[in-house]
Design a protein around this ligand. Structure first.
Ligand code: FES
Ligand SMILES: [Fe+2]
Length: 344
């Protein structure tokens, strides 16, 4: 199997779930989801155990799904509550219920064994709740490519000079080496570009007169969350790295949800320490991100098409790829550990 199961993935923004049946696919599993009357999100395997009609083709009646073929009725726990025409309900009449968790307007789903689900493991940042920061949900980027490539791109500061010349990068960073730190929890890749003109993004938001020091820290949390901490500060201030929050700082956060082996949804958002409560700035930032992320999409889909077109020799491994290489190894290790566990 090519996915890590024992993990929380983003099932969608909270606004995507209402009191009606919605079919979604995550890790190649078809799921039916809905919001209960008291506001919880239920997620069940989208297949009636009777004749396999997708439950999403049935009806939601008072928080229960009534199958559209013979009326078997399932509760939010996945257990069959009614079989029209017979009073005994076999214990096998049930579907898998996925644990879900909602916080900061984001709905998470646990794709592994439910007994291993621990909400303490759901990704979080203190800035979500900090009044001197503003969290703003963005949109969903649909990419026709494998999630590993999307994640790799999000631990790769070296591509921004080339792929995002008008928004996130400029020529000043082309030759600056990338630093890496590998920790138990995540993979970090970063670089500082000192005393150079602001990138397009911060020409708009920083009100900078002269050159800036700017940074990109890419944090990849396994398996599928990436945080890009980037920002700028006037070079004259000579701000040390640890005080970069005194500059203009933005966290661009990407939640990757593998849909199938070659389809990934990247839901993106940002948290900023500037222009708090200014919806117009949030919209402008979204617009700039959309330009940049469409540039990533074009690159990643072209690579996927090329990989599918012809069997290829291994790719070149360069110094800038350390984060990506460690990421792939760690994902392989997690998947292997899960398959060993399943075989026990
Ligand atoms: S297929 Fe669902 S009740 Fe028969
Ligand atoms: Fe990019």
């Amino acid at each position: 199997m090519k996915f890590v199961n024992n993990a929380w993935y983003v099932a969608g923004w909270a606004s995507e779930f209402e009191s009606r049946l919605k079919s979604i696919t995550i890790l190649e599993r078809n799921i039916v989801a809905y919001r209960t009357i008291d506001g919880r999100v239920v997620a069940l395997d989208d297949r009636c155990p009777h004749k396999f009609l997708p439950l999403s083709k049935g009806q939601l009646v008072e928080d229960q799904i009534v199958c559209g073929y013979h009326g078997l009725t399932f509760g939010g726990d996945g257990v069959c509550k009614r079989i029209p025409g017979q009073s005994n309900i076999p214990t096998s009449a049930k579907v898998h219920a996925y644990p879900t968790y909602e916080r900061h307007g984001i709905v998470w789903i646990w794709m592994g064994e439910p007994e291993h689900a621990d909400t303490a493991d759901v990704f979080d940042l203190p800035q979500f709740e900090d009044p001197s920061w503003e969290a703003h949900l963005g949109e969903a980027l649909h990419l026709k490519c494998n999630y590993l490539s999307v994640a790799e791109n999000l631990v790769d500061p070296a591509h921004v000079s080339w792929v995002h010349p008008t928004t996130l990068g400029n020529a000043a960073s082309e030759d600056i080496p990338v630093d890496f730190e590998i920790t138990d929890k995540n993979i970090i890749a970063w670089r500082w570009i000192r005393d150079s003109p602001p990138i397009g993004f911060f020409q708009q938001y920083g009100n900078f007169d002269g050159n800036v020091d700017r940074w990109h820290y890419y944090y990849l949390h396994l398996p599928c969350t990436a945080v890009i901490d980037f920002g700028s500060v006037e070079s004259a201030l000579q701000l040390p790295e640890a005080r970069r929050h005194e500059g203009c700082q933005i966290y661009a956060i990407h939640f990757m949800t593998p849909i199938t082996e070659n389809y990934t949804i990247d839901r993106w958002m940002h948290i900023r320490n500037t222009a708090i409560d200014d919806d117009q700035v949030a919209a402008q930032i979204d617009a700039m991100f959309k330009v940049a992320f469409d540039e990533d999409k074009a690159i990643l889909e072209a690579i996927q098409a090329e990989e599918e077109r012809a069997a290829s020799p291994p790719t070149l491994r360069l110094a800038i790829d350390k984060g990506a290489n460690v990421y792939r190894k760690r994902i392989d290790r997690l998947i292997e550990a899960e398959s060993l566990q399943a075989a026990e």
